[in-house]
Design a protein around this ligand. Sequence first.
Ligand code: ZN
Ligand code: ZN
Length: 279
Amino acid sequence: MKLVTRSQWGARAYLTPNGATLYSRSRRGVKVHYLGTAYTDRAHDKCAAYVRQIQAQHMDGNGWSDIGYSFVVCTHGYVFEGRGLKRRNSANGNTALNEQDYAVMALVGSSGLTKPTGPQLDGVRDAIDHCRETGPAGNWLGGHRDGYATACPGAALYAWVQKGAPRPTTKEEDDMPISDADAEKIATKVLTIDGVIDNPNTATAKANPYISAETALRNIEIVARRTETRVAALAATNTELVKTVATLAAGLGDLDPEAIVADLTAAIEGIDIRLDATT
Ligand SMILES: [Zn+2]
Ligand SMILES: [Zn+2]
């Protein structure tokens, strides 16, 4: 679960004594909520500010002692800790309902973004499992509208909750063709991300254990070019050697120059060519 703790999202301190009220018994289960107002999806670095805004609205507008929800799940699948597992939520409609179930809210609007994203469904599922395993909470699962007059959590989320909140399959995504432009973007991103590859160069690995794929490719290219130059130089030396030996052997009378050249050529070819290929 991608948990964002209260300190991580910059939560205000809750008011006491009400904000500190603990559940008096185990929870029956989890109620799922949506935002219920217009919502526009945004980059994840704006999500914490949005959760702070909800908290401010609940505290300053509604006069509550903290954000009402137990957890809030953004469209990117991050689970923001609201009142958490121990402190009683104030989002289910009345004290008895708050006492009965956790309140997990997904940032889904009644207009604008009205359908949860795949990562978001995964995040809500994570939060439900977290409540059940650690809360503790029983297996009951429903929407805010179960037992309370409200449209929350909206048609799309409620249909998913009624199916038992299954994790989304990735089938649809796999079936979507990636455009050339997207493929290029992905490749560029992968190539330039720092630290995705273990640095294979023992001389620099200690100071710089991870390098980008782009750096790795560049290093391979440099080594390949050096190797090519060195092999060419070696080949030239060999040719010169063979010529020299042939000239020498020609002046040796009864020795067979061809046999000497053949022996030497074989010997040269047998030498392990070792290249210093460090960059
Ligand atoms: Zn609700
Ligand atoms: Zn987010």
